[in-house]
Design a protein around this ligand. Structure first.
Ligand code: BGC
Length: 719
């Protein structure tokens, strides 16, 4: 159907049919209703009559191809104009093959792997009848108390932007070919805007930041997702400059539509239109509907302010029908773009072959590769790791030793039964493993600790698998103290007291304060939530089958009280200078260091890399030039390894205070022992631009520092 025909279609729609397109319902609203006309339960409570469900525009959260086909078939029998439903859901780090959590994907610094994971997610999700995924979440976050930190790719705008674009490309492929390519789905970047900056890390809390901060650090990843062609955007729950994002005309019209050029579908977050009332900027659902439509929100997810009020507001002349038409047109265009007018089932009707795509051996292999590449080696005293496959008696103990609860939050369609536990993964690669687990990460009992000690006391090496349960992070799971659940500390002490080498493997959805754990471990592997292939990937790292190559995408604070702590901070007027430790009136804590325990970019390897011959093509650049920066990187160890080479820039003097350093480029290389390569990056004047006091985005003439390395301790730039 061409654009002009969509115009004709719109012309045939009644106002009530148009309002229907803006409504999104869960599949339960269709269970036995469309065909049988029975109105009970939630439908009745939400005022959803059969007529309404026959005209709703989209479905949230259907799970299988057969469910989608049944709902769509029944719907099209009664929908007067034959406009198909569009099916959406959160496929965040996999559909059935679950990949590591997005924070872990950030730790790979591997944009190709990220794209591969999104492509596989789309392949499986489209085989299950989904057409839109509510992903990627690209909210920049500096506060690990916030549970949704697991869903982000971390604290840096450049890394986040690169990851955002990869996710979108993986889901959508060529956005202009979605109609033909049924293995691809539309992406929905979220949550616009600045949702990751909830005050004190408390979920759904107020966000308040300067415009410069918003533009400089928070908007770039959304922009990158839009430039990659994301078809949808989701609004954030929070306020932006005091106005709820979902009813924020400036944010959605001036910034999103006009400045960022977005012309796709804007969907509210779950219930966010109605929540404008709770924020106190609308008195009732009439006003909430009014401000949301004026802001350009096209689909209202899971509440009914539009349904209840738009027809009347338009009939009374309080809202121009043009605003409604505009929203409906964008929804129709989306349906056209994914090919629903040509085939409302996107090739699934009668096609059973596509089901074989789900949880295939190939998909699991990629999940294993990504999970291992995402793991970050934080400590390895005396080169305890890798363990090698044979000869040592190993004890695997701790609350995560035997569990299959390793998928992480936002893996709602993943099945734990498909996941490889650490026990199974290790037993497949090591010949002597004795195991003692615990039932509950929050409550490790004395009896369980005693059993762990019994199993561990004869071992040559102890592998301690601990961390958070998957439901301690994710939406609505903020915590005030970023430590392990308290009952794990006596367990750690008891294991340490055995005096054996301890390798800790940590499962978690956020940076944690590792005190009490880091000292008790000779080696520590940050495994995040690795997904379906968890156990195999952990064993790959411990055995040395994979050389660890992940790097932290977010700083691990020294302690909760240091939050927010992030690498690209501004400089203060009174930096704490280690050279003058006597000076008291400086920006410092008197009880802890300024530096995080592990900072952004940190991660060890089983090999070593040497950097040499840093060369710049010139000492100066103009607006016309490209500066080429090259460095030789050599694997100086005895085993192959991947290395992330990162380039940071420091603008020494600006019109506003500029960050200590900013990541501008990175790449991942794979080097055989003894191999050396020259890595080259290009920079132009555009890379030196920043937001001035009047929000002009320009550069300044002057001096800049350039740094290349893998992990740059902040020593060269004081806070
Ligand atoms: C979350 C969104 C999600 C939506 C639909 C909301 O609670 O904030 O990220 O896409 O639910 O499941």
């Amino acid at each position: 159907m061409k654009k002009i025909e969509l115009g004709e279609l719109l012309g045939q729609m009644t106002v009530s049919e148009k309002v229907g397109q803006l409504l999104q319902l869960a599949p339960m609203f269709y269970k036995g209703t469309i065909t049988e006309g029975e109105i009970t339960g939630p439908m009745a409570e939400m005022g959803i009559t059969t007529e309404v469900s026959e005209n709703a525009g989209s479905v949230l959260g259907s799970t299988t191809a057969s469910e989608m086909i049944a709902i769509q078939e029944a719907y099209l029998k009664t929908n007067r104009l034959g406009i198909p439903l569009i099916f959406m859901a959160d496929v965040v780090h996999g559909y059935k093959t679950i990949f590591p959590i997005p924070l872990a994907i950030g730790a790979t610094w591997d944009v190709e792997l990220a794209e591969k994971m999104a492509a596989i997610s789309a392949k499986e999700a489209t085989a299950a009848g989904l057409q839109v995924t509510f992903s990627p979440m690209v909210d920049l976050v500096r506060d690990p108390r916030w549970g949704r930190v697991m869903e982000s790719t971390g604290e840096d705008p450049h890394l986040n932007s690169a990851m955002a674009a990869s996710f979108v490309r993986g889901y959508q492929g060529n956005p202009d070919e979605l109609a033909e390519n049924h293995e691809k789905m539309a992406a929905c970047v979220k949550h616009f805007a600045a949702y990751g900056a909830a005050e004190a890390g408390r979920e759904y809390n107020t966000v308040d930041m300067s415009m410069r901060e918003l533009y400089q650090n928070y908007l770039p990843a959304y922009t990158a997702a839009l430039e990659a062609g994301s078809k949808l955007v989701m609004t954030a729950f929070n306020v932006v400059d005091g106005v709820p994002a979902t009813g924020n005309e400036w944010l959605m019209r001036d910034v999103l539509r006009d400045e960022l050029g977005f012309d796709g579908v804007l969907i509210s977050d779950w219930g966010a239109v109605k929540e404008i009332i709770n924020h106190g900027t609308a008195a009732n659902s009439v006003e909430a509907a009014d401000v949301a439509l004026r802001a350009g929100v096209d689909i209202e997810m899971m509440t009914t302010c539009y349904l209840e009020n738009l027809e009347r507001l338009i009939a009374d002349g309080a809202l121009p029908v043009g605003l409604l038409d505009e929203a409906v047109m964008r929804i129709l265009e989306l349906k056209r773009d994914v090919g629903l007018f040509e085939d409302p089932y996107r090739g699934l009707k009668g096609d059973v072959d596509r089901q074989q795509d789900i949880l295939s051996v190939e998909h699991r292999e990629v999940a294993r590769e990504i999970a291992a590449d995402a793991m970050v080696l934080l400590k390895n005293d005396g080169d305890l790791l890798p363990l090698g496959a044979t000869g040592r008696k190993m004890a695997l103990v701790g609350p995560l030793a035997t569990t299959q609860d390793v998928l992480g939050a936002w893996s709602w369609l993943g099945d734990m039964k498909d996941a490889v536990s650490i026990e199974d993964g290790m037993k497949a690669q090591f010949d002597q493993v004795d195991v003692a687990g615990a039932m509950d990460t929050e409550n490790v009992t004395e009896a369980e600790i005693a059993e762990m000690v019994r199993v561990a006391q004869d071992a040559d090496v102890i592998v301690l698998a601990l961390g958070e349960s998957a439901n301690r992070s994710g939406e609505a799971n903020s915590i005030a103290t970023i430590r392990l659940p308290e009952t794990q500390y006596p367990m750690i002490d008891a294991i340490r007291a055995l005096g054996k080498p301890v390798v800790t493997v940590l499962f978690n959805g956020r940076p944690l304060d590792l005190h009490g754990l880091i000292e008790a471990s000779d080696a520590l592997v940050e495994a995040w939530f690795p997904g379906t292939e968890a156990g195999n990937a952990v064993a790959d790292i411990l055995s040395g089958r994979v050389n660890p190559n992940g790097k932290l995408p977010m700083s691990f604070p020294y302690t909760t009280g240091q939050i927010p702590v992030y690498y690209n901070h501004l400089r203060t007027g009174r930096p704490a200078d280690a050279a003058d430790a006597q000076e008291h009136y400086v920006s410092q804590y008197i009880d802890i260091p300024n530096q995080p325990l592990f900072d952004f970019g940190f991660g060890l390897s089983y090999t070593t890399f040497a950097y040499s011959n840093l060369e710049l093509s010139s000492d100066t650049i103009t607006k016309m030039d490209t500066l080429t920066i090259s460095v030789t990187v050599k694997n100086t160890g005895t085993i192959a390894g991947k290395e992330i080479v990162a380039l940071y820039v420091q603008d020494i003097v600006g019109k506003v205070s500029r960050p200590c350093k900013e990541l501008k480029r990175f790449t991942k290389i794979d080097l055989a022992p003894g191999e050396a390569v020259v890595v080259t990056f290009n920079l132009t004047e555009e890379d030196l631009r920043y937001y001035k006091p009047n929000l002009d985005f320009t550069s300044d003439p002057g001096d800049f520092n350039v740094f290349i390395g893998t992990h740059l301790q902040a020593a060269f730039c004081l806070a």
